[in-house]
Design a protein around this ligand. Structure first.
Ligand code: SF4
Length: 754
């Protein structure tokens, strides 16, 4: 059956309110964002416009070409992109400001960014009060000299997803491997690494199996632990059209995020005026309870005989083990572990049973747990049981938050895989060595958290800020302060650059994606490889593309024979080599103009249910249901996003629900139990830290609390991470509530509020 058609004309049944533009309701004002962007970029408006019109958005991984995409007619633009624009258009900072690090330390991250672009290489040695300018030659010689003396296992490289394109990832990881190290990782590690692991093991692919178009007019779209209204705003426009086509939307989350409930899409007159009700069915799971909820749903599907029997028989293996496991698990256990009643699980099962087609979407509410891989596998099991694979209107979609992360691991900038997602072992290393012409290390490298815990001699961070993105910032800072040489390559200042040097810290100014000579590509969530042209405009003094810098480092190293092996005339040459080394990316070599793009694997991976596994079948796998008991009097803690992009906080108050950054979202029943009042100052405390917060009533799962990320990082267990993917458990810790500042010692005599 084809996808349902989008209804023409207006659909009052989807409206939120008759108040025009939702006036008086708690909601973001997206029109204001346009004026704000105009004001912020007033000194460089023409360039800003060219970036919007011709560049590929450097925000989330939905993907654009200019202001268009491949899913809908009309404009594709959101407030995230507008907020990020200034990072691309602002001028250089005054390097005099870098002379006094102590003064810079008092500035917030937003204030540091607002100082302007980093224009020159700078160096600060131990004991010096600040940074001084050095030449590129001096910087590169110094770094190359140090790397020459450093054993490969003592060097670490990390790339964030800040608009980082495929060409950068590819060149940097090749250079790092030429240095003899696999200690290279990127931001994909801390967002969707469990999705990659589980999808690859089960389906033989490590990416979204369908396209965004499949969302519009399918029967059902289910969001597990994701909030695209905040993180991928134009997804809401896709859902608006989906609703007009009769698609039902389900959210499974500990908190019904208000913007997932209803949304005003500014570029559509109907939705802008009256809003659109998005979520039709909401299931409030306990944090970490998704696997149990899915197991209960599967149990109902089995008992009601609502499985896709022919798909299971012809295209999968291992179903009987999963069936035996869920049938052997009692309803009491499933209810207790999921926090959802048997009746609600039946309601969800019946929605799936009625849906011939469905897209299952998930994000970091699922992956950022110690059991992240298992929960992703649970979603895969559910999708396979209903045959939602390899056909129109159906698919499995790990939705990505940043424009660089899909390509990051696929280009091999990852400690556990080579380019193409190829696992690292002696055979694959030998094959790659044959292609590249130099020895490639045959064992996996250190992931980002392992790097910091190790005794690195050199840490090179392209973008990113470990102080804001890793659990336990104090520990991350202590680790950074021990590394003899730190290189921070970025467009702006970040607080991690200001950590005291153990010996020296070198800052290297880099280009935005729009400044890279010859243009570059990114890969979107739906596997579309998109060309982003170089945008003519002002340039920052001595900023250089990271790919060029790493080539120069290899050329200056003590192994001159490697110089020509890691040498590219331009980014087109990089794309040509990617096409050879990563067969999935064959086609990238033809991209060179605005609008050029191709979707690797086509609209649907595993077409007609045939997977690229040895027997062509998908693997069901039973998963252990995580119990994660919480001690008496403690609360499960989940971190959430407000008005921000990645760790860049854009507003002190979340315009979607009105919560300030220091809010702790709590259910009213918990407030009453503890005698707390909205707005009251309280302290969250556990063995890892203390966070002062303000009580904010919200519809979260009772017995759990939510705080903003990255502020909540101080409460996270830095050692807790998933077994295979090693993602930190950002959404899995418990805290105690105190009404007075608690003692600073680890929690020993826990007591509830009082
Ligand atoms: S939804 Fe994502 S890709 Fe689209 S404009 Fe916004 S940030 Fe960019």
């Amino acid at each position: 059956m084809a996808l349902k058609a989008v209804k023409k004309g207006w659909s009052p049944e989807t409206w939120v309110s008759l108040r025009p533009f939702g006036l008086g309701l708690q909601k973001p004002n997206n029109f204001f964002e346009v004026f704000r962007a105009l004001a912020e970029n007033a000194d460089n408006l023409e360039y800003a416009w060219r970036i919007l019109q011709d560049g590929v958005c450097d925000g989330c991984a939905l993907g654009t070409s200019g202001l268009r995409d491949w899913t809908i007619e009309g404009i594709h633009l959101c407030n995230i992109r507008l907020r990020l624009l200034r990072l691309n258009t602002m001028g250089p900072l005054d390097i005099e400001q870098l002379a006094d690090v102590e003064r810079l330390r008092s500035k917030s991250s937003a204030e540091l960014r607002a100082l302007g672009r980093l224009p020159y290489p700078m160096r600060r040695r131990r004991g010096e009060p600040g940074f001084t300018r050095i030449s590129w030659d001096e910087a590169l010689d110094r770094i190359a000299w140090k790397l020459c003396k450093t054993p490969p296992e003592k060097m670490g490289f990390y790339l964030t997803s800040r608009g980082t394109p495929n060409e950068t990832y590819y060149v940097v990881q090749k250079a790092v491997r030429a240095l003899g190290s696999n200690n290279i990782d990127n931001a994909a590690r801390i967002c969707h690494s469990p999705s990659t692991v589980a999808l690859k093991a089960s389906l033989g692919v490590a990416a979204t199996t369908c396209s965004y178009r499949d969302l519009i007019g399918t029967d059902l779209v289910v969001f597990f632990g994701s909030n695209p209204a905040v993180n991928q705003p134009v997804m809401m426009k896709y859902l608006y059209y989906a609703k007009k086509a009769g698609t039902r939307v389900v959210c499974v989350n500990p908190y019904l995020e208000p913007a997932m409930q209803h949304y005003w899409i500014p570029s559509d007159p109907e939705s802008a005026l009256f809003g659109t009700r998005i979520t039709d069915h909401f299931f409030r799971v306990q944090p970490g309870g998704d696997s149990a909820f899915i197991a209960g749903t599967l149990k109902h599907l089995i008992e009601q005989d609502c499985l896709h029997h022919s798909f299971i028989a012809e295209h999968t293996r291992g179903f009987e083990e999963v069936k035996a496991q869920v049938l052997a698990t009692s309803w009491e256990e499933l209810e207790q572990l999921s926090g959802v009643s048997r009746a609600e699980m039946l309601e969800f099962a019946l929605l799936l049973a009625k849906a011939e087609k469905a897209v299952l979407v998930w994000s970091m509410g699922i992956t950022q747990h110690a059991s992240g891989e298992d929960t992703v596998q649970s979603i895969i099991n559910l999708g396979l049981a209903r045959g939602y694979l390899g056909r129109e209107g159906s698919g499995l979609m790990p939705i990505r938050g940043h424009s660089g992360v899909q390509g990051g691991a696929e280009m091999g900038a990852y400690a556990s895989v080579f380019p193409g997602g190829v696992p690292i072992n002696p055979e694959t290393a030998a094959a790659l060595a044959q292609q590249w012409g130099f020895p490639v290390p045959p064992q996996p490298g250190l992931t980002v958290t392992e790097m910091l815990e190790g005794s690195l001699e050199v840490l090179w961070s392209v973008g990113g800020n470990f102080l804001e993105t890793l659990p336990n910032p104090a520990q991350a800072e202590a680790h950074l302060a021990q590394v003899p040489l730190r290189v921070h390559q970025d467009i702006v200042l970040s607080s991690q650059m200001l950590v005291e040097p153990a010996e020296e810290v070198i800052l290297l100014p880099t280009t935005t994606r729009y400044e890279i000579p010859g243009g570059c590509t990114e890969t979107s969530t739906e596997r579309r490889v998109i060309f982003s042209p170089e945008i003519p405009g002002p340039r920052i003094a001595e900023a250089r593309w990271e790919g060029q810098v790493f080539q120069e480092i290899v050329a200056r190293m003590c192994k001159p024979e490697l110089s020509q092996k890691v040498r590219f005339a331009d980014t087109a040459a990089v794309r040509s080599e990617i096409a050879q080394v990563v067969p999935l990316y064959d086609g990238i070599q033809h991209l060179g103009q605005k609008g050029d793009a191709f979707q690797y694997g086509g609209p649907h991976l595993c077409p007609d249910g045939v997977c690229p596994t040895p027997d062509g079948r998908a693997q069901f796998r039973p998963v252990k249901l995580p119990a994660n008991p919480v001690p008496e009097g403690a609360f499960r803690l989940v971190t959430r996003r407000g008005k921000q992009f990645n760790s860049m906080v854009h507003e002190a108050t979340d315009p979607i629900n009105g919560a300030p950054r220091d809010a702790v979202l709590m259910d009213v029943s918990d407030l009453q139990k503890l005698g707390l009042k909205p707005g009251q100052r309280i302290w969250l405390h556990n063995a890892f830290g203390t966070l002062p917060v303000t009580v904010f009533p919200a519809d979260v799962f009772p017995g759990s609390v939510q705080v903003h990320w990255p502020e909540g990082n101080v409460l996270l267990d830095p050692k807790l991470r998933s077994r295979q993917a090693k993602i930190p458990a950002y959404k899995e810790v418990y805290v105690y509530i105190h009404t007075q500042p608690p003692p600073q010692s680890p929690h020993s005599n826990a007591a509830a509020a009082g």
